[in-house]
Design a protein around this ligand. Structure first.
Ligand code: PXP
Length: 241
């Protein structure tokens, strides 16, 4: 079984578009965990346009009431991000090489270039007992280095997988991801996956049993709208009739 960590950034985005705390991220996290999800993920960016640094603290408090459930904080390891993560001490920290103005994460680490910067960051996080994950493209050859610089797991960036799902060339892309996952396992790493996964494509990625955890936010939120919209419109019509 693959763990589901629900990324609540889109709840933060909706909340932040108005001046009040609705939808309430902590309440949504609580509902999510009560339903049996393994964990909650947030990706606070420097402008805090989705999840905020305060959300990290609030979710940590919530998670204390859910033993065994995990908080995963992902993001680029700048000084402010690291301060928050080291203070909050989530179960897992996923390091992502995105720049502050990026719309969303769109590539994995270049470890050959960034390994010297990453080593001390990873060591600091691990000294606090935080599991460290590196966001990576599905390249077999990078997995040994990811292990060597101290990572516990990699998170495979799955946009290419999701984009080709069900289209020509999909079996080759799937094989690339399975090979990268196997190389990570062989190197002694755990394997997470995320980005653009949805109800339609997630099962095929995970059915070989190599993926420990997926984090899903954008599609899960859109699918919740899709599956819930009709009921809510009907409820308004009933109120107004
Ligand atoms: N993993 C990382 C590193 C991300 O930046 C994101 C998006 O915040 C995800 C996973 C989840 O992607 P999605 O929102 O498409 O499910």
């Amino acid at each position: 079984m693959t763990h589901l960590s629900v990324n609540l950034n889109k709840i933060g985005l909706l909340r932040n578009s108005r001046g009040r705390n609705y939808p309430n991220m902590v309440e949504m996290a609580e509902r999510t965990l009560q339903l049996g999800a393994f964990g909650i993920t947030i990706h606070p960016r420097p402008d805090q346009r989705h999840a905020t640094y305060q959300d990290a603290h609030d979710l940590k408090d919530l998670l204390k009431r859910f033993p065994g459930a995990e908080l995963n904080i992902e993001g680029f390891p700048d000084a402010q991000f690291l301060d928050v993560v080291l203070e909050v001490e989530p179960d897992q920290c996923t390091l992502v090489p995105d720049d502050p103005n990026q719309l969303t994460s769109d590539h994995g680490w270049n470890l050959a270039r960034d390994q010297d910067a990453l080593r001390p960051v990873i060591a600091k996080l691990k000294a606090k007992g935080i599991r460290v994950v590196l966001f990576m493209d599905p390249d077999v050859e990078n997995m040994v280095l990811a292990k060597d610089i101290g990572a516990d797991r990699v998170e495979l960036y799955t946009e290419a997988y999701a984009n080709t799902y069900g289209k020509d060339g999909f079996s080759d892309v799937l094989a690339t991801y399975q090979a990268a996952a196997q190389a990570a396992l062989d190197a002694g790493l755990g394997v997470n996956a995320g980005h653009d996964l949805d109800l339609n494509n997630v099962q095929t990625l995970c059915e070989q049993g190599k993926i420990t955890e997926v984090s899903i936010g954008h599609a899960l939120t859109a699918e919740a709208l899709d599956l819930g919209w009709d009921n809510v419109v009907k409820a308004y019509l009933a109120k107004l009739s």
